[in-house]
Design a protein around this ligand. Structure first.
Ligand code: HEC
Ligand code: HEC
Length: 442
């Protein structure tokens, strides 16, 4: 990757508005600071768009049509919207949908609000862009049982479709695999959940929340420690955590090939969740009450349990009811319709200044410094001075490095024998990014 590439990665993260909170699960409850939390949960004023697939009205309209088009499936009987139903927050109301073979799928259909702000997709984060995600269900034998090439052939034979594709992609006016997934992704990025009562409170209206709901928010950011993971306006840190649910799905661990990340799934957003019960990757919890009882009473303690889970959450019946009342304020009063925010390509923010150093820390899920300069032959030491297990992955000229599980206290050392640009991320906390510029040695 070029130096321009490094800057754009950093800018993408800045424009996603990810909020990194200081303090781990072991901190005691701090006094409630409304101004601070109003900042943490403030909504953005634009939708991030990748430069390679800008949204245009024609493309979004085509994507919306394709989302409902059963011709994308093998037998012409399943569309995206069969499972992702708009009035159920683009989910389907069942623990797990039946596959084409009549047996239940392994995981629940996730709601699709606010996908534009994601860093990875699927419960285990195995897709790294919405464009890449879209071919998954089409070609999955148990979901749509289709084939992108066959779908392209079928749609090419429909003059209405060839016209719609030509209008949406004037610079490449054809029905192709690439254009098909671009249109679907552009449509999905327009699914922005509308403001709710909680947002009115965030904007400064103290009366927008009932006293019980505000008490619930205080539990959420206080003794409940929910905010350790459900943070930022979408209520997700985009990271992967084992929250102690029963079941043997290896989740993120299988994607990374790292045992320490087994049972870990992507923190879901909590927006518009009233409409998308049941909950969790396996749809095993029927209601918000069940979810709160899980965190308070039923967490399975095992070595992979997230370091961001509090040691224990002792909640009275009243506090549980308050938490549920608060969770309800993150949903619309009626089945919501998407709002539109102006799209903006992801190119804002100031990249961190690169520092000449060979030692990088990881406290509070952040590589510090975030950009470094090295020389060929120098050894980089990445020190886990955090409370969490990380998984350092570095890609660059001739290198694809994976640290496996890097526990608190562990230092990984990496040598660079080629000049160039390298990107490092944590596979468990993908918001962590480090850029390494290696100059030729003398
Ligand atoms: C048979 C039901 C079904 C159909 C049809 C279906 N999906 Fe899904 N979708 C799912 C399930 C189940 C998952 C979660 C799978 C996983 O995480 O392993 C999912 C995950 C997703 C995600 C990831 C969401 C997130 O939070 O990471 C997106 C985006 C998505 N689907 C879009 C689509 C699109 C676009 C189509 C049509 C091309 C489609 N889906 C068709 C069931 C379905
Ligand atoms: C350690 C990080 C972490 C903490 C702390 C945490 N959550 Fe979660 N939450 C997650 C993850 C990860 C999932 C998905 C887990 C899965 O499906 O295996 C989840 C799922 C949920 C869901 C279900 C959403 C859906 O659409 O399925 C709700 C609701 C929820 N959490 C609320 C809370 C509340 C309330 C608290 C505080 C009492 C809390 N969470 C604390 C990480 C966390």
């Amino acid at each position: 990757m070029t130096r321009a590439g490094l800057h754009s990665t950093v800018r993408v993260l800045a424009s996603l508005g990810l909020v990194v909170l200081v303090g781990g699960a072991t901190d005691g409850p701090a006094p409630f600071d409304a101004a601070h939390w109003r900042q943490v949960f403030a909504r953005p004023d634009h939708t991030p768009m990748p430069a390679g697939n800008p949204a245009t009205p024609g493309k979004v309209a085509l994507g919306a049509t394709l989302f409902e088009d059963k011709r994308l499936s093998g037998a012409g009987d399943v569309a995206c919207a069969t499972c992702h139903q708009a009035e159920l927050s683009f989910s389907d109301g069942v623990p797990t949908h039946d596959g084409l073979d009549g047996l239940a799928l392994d995981r629940r259909t996730p709601p699709l609000w606010n996908m534009a702000w994601g860093l990875s997709w699927f419960w285990d984060g195995r897709a790294t862009s919405l464009e890449a995600q879209a071919s998954g269900p089409i070609e999955n034998k148990r979901e749509m049982g289709g084939n992108l090439d066959r779908a392209v052939q079928t749609l090419s034979a429909d003059p209405k479709m060839t016209r719609a594709f030509a209008g949406a992609f004037p610079e490449d006016p054809a029905v192709t695999r690439a254009n098909l997934v671009k249109a679907l992704a552009a449509f999905e990025r327009t699914l922005v959940s509308p403001e709710t009562r909680f947002d009115r409170w965030v904007k400064g209206d103290d009366k927008a929340l009932e006293p019980d709901e505000l008490s619930g928010f205080k539990v959420f950011v206080g003794k409940g420690a929910c905010v350790n993971c459900h943070q930022g306006w979408r209520f997700t840190d985009e990271a992967f955590h084992d929250i102690g649910l029963p079941g043997d799905d290896p989740g993120r661990g299988k994607v990374l090939g790292v045992k320490a990340a087994e049972h870990a799934f992507k923190t879901p957003s909590l927006r518009e969740r009233v409409w998308s019960a049941p909950y969790m990757h396996d749809g095993s919890l029927a209601s918000f009450e069940d979810v709160v009882d899980h965190y308070a009473d039923r967490v399975i303690k095992r070595p992979t349990l997230s370091a961001d889970m509090p040691q224990s959450v002792a909640l009275s019946a009243a506090e549980r009811a308050q938490l549920v009342a608060f969770l309800n304020t993150l949903s619309s009063e009626d089945p919501p319709r998407a709002t539109s925010l102006p799209p903006r390509t992801m190119s804002l923010g100031v990249p961190p200044e690169a520092v000449a150093t060979s030692i990088v820390g990881q406290k509070d899920r952040r590589f510090t410094p975030g950009a470094i300069l090295l020389k060929v032959g120098e050894v980089l030491r990445i020190v886990n001075d955090d409370t969490r297990t990380h998984n350092v992955r570095i890609d660059g000229p001739g290198m694809s490095y994976n640290s496996d599980a890097q526990n608190p206290g562990d230092t990984v050392t990496i040598g660079f024998d080629q000049p160039g640009h390298y990107d490092a991320i944590c596979g468990i906390h993908p918001e962590m990014r480090l850029s390494v510029e290696v100059a030729p040695g003398q």
